[in-house]
Design a protein around this ligand. Sequence first.
Ligand SMILES: *Cc1c(COP(=O)(O)O)cnc(C)c1O
Length: 427
Amino acid sequence: MRSYKTSQALFERAQHHIPGGVNSPVRAFKSVGGHPLFIKRAKGAYLYDEDGNRYIDYINSWGPMILGHAHPPVVQAIQAKAADSTSFGAPTELEIEMAELIKKMVPNVDLIRMVNSGTEACMSAIRLARGFTGRNKIIKFEGCYHGHADAFLVKAGSGLATLDIQSVPGVQSYVAQDTITVPYNNLEEVQKVVRQYGKEIAAIIIEPVGGNMGCIPPAPGFLQGLRELCTQQGIIFILDEVITGFRLTRGGAQELYRIEADLVTYGKIIGGGMPVGAFGGKKEIMERIAPLGNVYQAGTLSGNPIAMIAGYTLLNELNNTPDLYTALNEKSKLLCEGLSEILKRKGIAHTINQVGSMLSVHFGAGVVRDFESAKACDGELFNRFFHHLLQRGVYLPPSAFESWFISNALSVDDIHQTLAAVEEFEA
Ligand SMILES: *Cc1c(COP(=O)(O)O)cnc(C)c1O
């Protein structure tokens, strides 16, 4: 048995000072049970905890570490930049370079504004959509997470699903009323809602691949159907690419599914591990943001030089590495095929969903295509699977409602080690 004594002691200590001992709920391991690992450092595909245990990492900081941890060019760029001061609160050339690079990778973004988190990006995109259209309601999908702004905390997947929180005290009912939720992959329901509320709807916001109820791919034609509906009704189509941006392809889900959003939000990878988000899109909409327009949005540390150089260095490498996304997809496929073969042989009912370097394993279920079918899965079995692998040095997301993320630092040998650990699992 691995020893977790130091992590256990740190968790005890943390709980005296930090709510639940963590600064973001899913880290607490509440649904899988046990106590969280306290991480000391990470390099490439591996995490090392405070007890000196090594883990193959399938979280990768929930996405940003797509090239592995402590990626040398990113670390060096941060170190060099920090010597010139860590913040100015004034414009820098680097912010222009960042915007130019993003526009090169995502051609339908005309203007882009940097913020400090995915939450801020989505919150600001919704405010802008409302300001631009003069309408109040938004449509979101059950199980999709768009950060913790009030308007999004309705059937929001992710940590709320993990903790089984149905409605959030503190979110006023009049705010929640303007958020209409519809099952993922159900175009007919969306059409019905649009027929009913038509000109009251400012925006449809969606994760183009669901990543906060496990990994859920869009059904063929679903995103295209939403796009058409938005165009017909003057609704702003917002793709939340906080996870999928720069992960599925250079241009994200927009490129993969050949679909153009009106606004798009980013986070996670865009900061290279620093706290960054961004929202951007069509010029005529983005021009309504202050100081050009009167939709106010601001940030003391937005466009921070350390955050920008980390993100820029990572994105630049993603943009310049040929075959990167093919390699990630192949590693992901190898893992999924191995998992599927072993679980099938053991007679463990499961569904594996995979899109590029995102994947998830749901136990005991048929097809998982929306929040309901994700919730129907065997959570208890997932929890045992999670702890079985953790004991063997494989670190999965501590919830069946989270997607796994593959980094390019993960080697074929790491995948074989992971599968060998799965081989020892007894349901
Ligand atoms: C993580 C996430 C967010 C929120 O980003 P934060 O940086 O945690 O605020 C928004 N949307 C999606 C799809 C996410 O996965």
